[in-house]
Design a protein around this ligand. Structure first.
Ligand code: ADP
Ligand code: MG
Length: 700
């Protein structure tokens, strides 16, 4: 159902309107009027005839009109009744400003459900409760108790915090940043962040979607839809808080490393969502997207009247992984022909401290005409002769003439550049206090273009033996066993095309020695108990045993020592296993997130995973490209790819293993978490081996 009634209603009723300045019910009525709303405003209050000269009604039933939108501000106990009135009057959308619902406890939550139920039955969409309301500058609608009406602009904002929105409004007032819509979603009882993001994505007035979110309701839908929307409207989010999944105690290596940050990072990366570290950074980036075209590449030209400013910009460009545009010979010749001899006609182009507006105008025009330049950054410091304001006007003029390339500005200083910054902003050239901030915005744009141009995601399906896995999973679930031990975990992996070391279970020292004789030496022995998850921790792993006597001794020692350390553990015997002698150890893992589904992990393996913490996370299902990126985005990769004369490992073999694992956890939602640690990998030609594995399952 469309959310138009929230953004461009023909008429608005305020249930709980008040005559007392300072009360929410008063502020909303006056904000609607002062915002210049052109439709009808109907204050509803049985005890008043008029509020600030606007006629008041005792209830909605007394209206001749059907209001499109109702704003409800009555105290909690009366909200349900107000919603009934809305239903009776044929209202399409309701904003519940009133607080005291889900956020205060179970009783409030029950009340909230009750109110939403009435609304759903009557096809009324509800925003809130516990929210600040909606401001839509483009339709002169201020249905909120935030009393500022920002200028019209291309940023659509959705906030889970009403209070933060109040701060944003204030900030916008001072800086002159314009908005298409600002929406406070409060408790999200009905309309949630995705509904608003979807509406803003379809809104022609919104060029960039920005938001502050604490939680995301349906992770899968969010990722899928945000990915679609990001292709035409960038989404720039400030995300705070943790997922519930992060709070759940994890028993795997992967689980203990995940944390909610990794989940959101992965989800946002998949969806092309740009994540910001602060509110100021969010506005820095949002403005660039709102007012400038996307760059076609990372090559930046800097124009400055100060060497120092140019160096700061150069450093920031380098750190951000952007490039300095190499100017064309014709450009250099043109600059040389006009600029003073002392000027630097190579990038950064230094027009010198005595540059007036015309010199800037010329240099920027020439630079933007160069096919090697993708983005221009105009820097200025207010020196004795500098014409800040006129220069800003010149920049805006040139920028208009080169509509296809982004231009950003950083006029450094305060009072001396304040006027110029207003000119820039009004001319849609985003101004930044310092070059680092401008470069951060350019980087976000370049990354976003890169994301948009990424190849189509294709997930490869491998032929596997699903049935074999089904049997193991079902057997465990029947017996109520959550942990699948090493032997059966490996059986599952084998069914999905993994290689594992040969081995068998022994319950006596002699049996262990005879299995070892069959496999051949050296051999590995591991304790076999459903209660021991990390075997080395209790002395339960012996590698390099070199003959039957060593095997017998090792068996006896484990059977003596381990019960002393873990008297409660049920020890079934030992696993005698082929020893893998070549290769390096990495870890492959998965942790299922309640909101976003399976999150794959790759990293440095062995027993120090948690210490080194060099791991990467990506949401399943993985494409071949993503699997490779998982590898190359870790520091471990620098070592694995071959260094100091050592041959590199087979990246495709590891990437394939990650894709197979991703297929396994996608096809079996019962698998909650798993580790293959170590996964032993080697040079091309060596087929990797899953040396140790564990899987936790749950009924779904
Ligand atoms: P856990 O992780 O429960 O302590 P593992 O089976 O992973 O037990 O063994 C611990 C370490 O012992 C591994 O990281 C690996 O270095 C070594 N190891 C275990 N099994 C083998 C094997 N079959 N071949 C070579 N090394 C092994
Ligand atoms: Mg292990």
């Amino acid at each position: 159902m469309s959310l138009d009634a929230f953004f461009s209603p023909r008429s608005v009723a305020v249930i709980g309107a008040s005559r007392t300045p300072g009360k929410v019910g008063y502020e909303i009525v006056t904000n609607l009027r002062d915002g210049g709303f052109e439709g009808a405003i109907y204050p509803v209050n049985p005890k008043a005839d008029e509020i600030e000269g606007i006629r008041c009604y005792p209830d909605l039933a007394s209206l001749a009109d059907k209001p499109d939108l109702a704003v409800i501000t009555v105290p909690v106990p009366f909200v349900a009744e107000a919603m009934q009135q809305c239903a009776g009057a044929g209202v399409k959308a309701a904003i519940i400003i009133t607080a005291g619902f889900k956020e205060v406890g179970e009783e409030g939550a029950a009340l909230e459900r009750q109110v939403v139920e009435v609304a759903r039955r009557n096809h009324i969409r509800v925003l809130g409760p516990n929210c600040l309301g909606v401001i839509a500058p483009s339709s002169k609608l201020n249905a909120s108790f935030g009393d500022a009406m920002p200028t019209v602009g291309g940023i659509g904002y959705v906030s889970q915090s009403g209070a933060l929105l109040a701060a944003i409004l204030d900030l916008a007032q001072r800086s002159g940043i314009g908005f298409s819509k600002l929406v406070s979603i409060g408790n999200k009882a009905d309309v949630d962040e995705l509904d608003i993001i979807r509406a803003l994505g379809a809104d022609p007035d919104t060029h960039v979607i920005a938001g502050y979110l604490e939680s995301i309701g349906n992770g899968n839908d969010f990722v899928r839809e945000a990915e679609q929307i990001s292709h035409h409207t960038p989404i720039v989010l400030l995300k705070a808080g943790a997922t519930e999944a992060g709070a759940k105690a994890a028993s795997s290596h992967t689980g203990s490393m995940v944390g909610s940050e990794a989940v959101y990072e992965s989800a946002f990366r998949r969806a092309g969502v740009i994540r910001c570290a602060s509110l100021t950074q969010q506005f820095d980036i949002a403005q660039a997207f709102a007012y400038q075209p996307l760059p076609s590449g990372p090559a930046v030209a800097v124009i400055t009247n100060a060497g120092g400013a140019g160096i700061l910009a150069a450093d920031a460009i380098e750190r951000a992984g952007l490039t300095f545009a190499r100017l064309d010979d014709a450009t250099i010749a043109a600059l040389g022909g006009q600029l003073p001899a002392a000027a630097n006609i190579h990038n950064p182009i230094d027009v010198l401290g005595d540059a007036l507006a015309d010199r800037y105008e010329f240099a920027l025009d020439v630079a933007l005409s160069d096919r090697h330049v993708d983005v221009a950054l105009v820097m200025l410091t207010p020196q004795a002769m500098t014409q800040s304001r006129e220069t800003a006007e010149a920049v805006v003029r040139v920028c208009r003439g080169h509509g296809d390339k982004p231009v950003l500005a950083s006029f450094m200083g305060a009072d001396l550049v304040a006027d110029a910054n207003t000119v820039l902003r009004n001319g849609r050239v985003p101004p930044y206090d310092c070059p680092e901030e401008a470069v951060e915005a350019i980087r976000a744009m370049v990354d976003h273009v890169h994301w948009r141009n990424r190849p189509q995601r294709v997930v490869k399906m491998f032929p596997v033996n699903r049935h074999r896995v089904e049997r193991i999973v079902e057997r465990h679930l029947r017996r109520n066993e959550r942990e699948v031990g090493e032997m059966e975990s490996k059986e599952i992996l084998e069914a999905y095309g993994f290689r594992t070391p040969r081995g068998a279970i022994a319950t006596t020292a002699d049996q262990a020695a005879s299995i070892a004789d069959q496999i051949g030496y050296p051999i590995v022995m591991k304790i076999w108990s459903p209660d021991i998850l990390h075997k080395s921790d209790v002395g339960g792993v012996r590698v390099g045993l070199n003959g039957p006597q060593e095997v017998r001794d090792a068996f006896d020692l484990m059977m003596y020592r381990i019960p002393q350390k873990m008297p409660e553990a049920n020890i079934l015997g030992v696993l005698v296993q082929e020893m893998v002698r070549t290769g390096q150890e990495v870890i492959l893992g998965m942790q299922r997130d309640a909101q976003f589904g399976p999150l794959m992990m790759f990293g440095m393996g062995g027993i120090f995973v948690e210490v080194l913490k060099d791991v990467s996370f990506y949401l399943a299902p993985l494409t071949a490209d993503e699997a490779r990126q998982m590898l190359t985005s870790t520091r471990t990769w620098n070592m694995l790819k071959g260094a100091r004369g050592r041959e590199g490992v087979d990246i495709d073999a590891i990437a394939e293993a990650l894709q197979r694992l991703s297929q396994l956890v996608t096809e079996f939602p019962q698998i909650q978490e798993m580790d293959i640690n170590p996964f032993v990998v080697g040079p091309p030609g060596f087929s990797p081996i899953a040396v140790d594995a564990r899987i936790s399952i749950e009924k779904v």
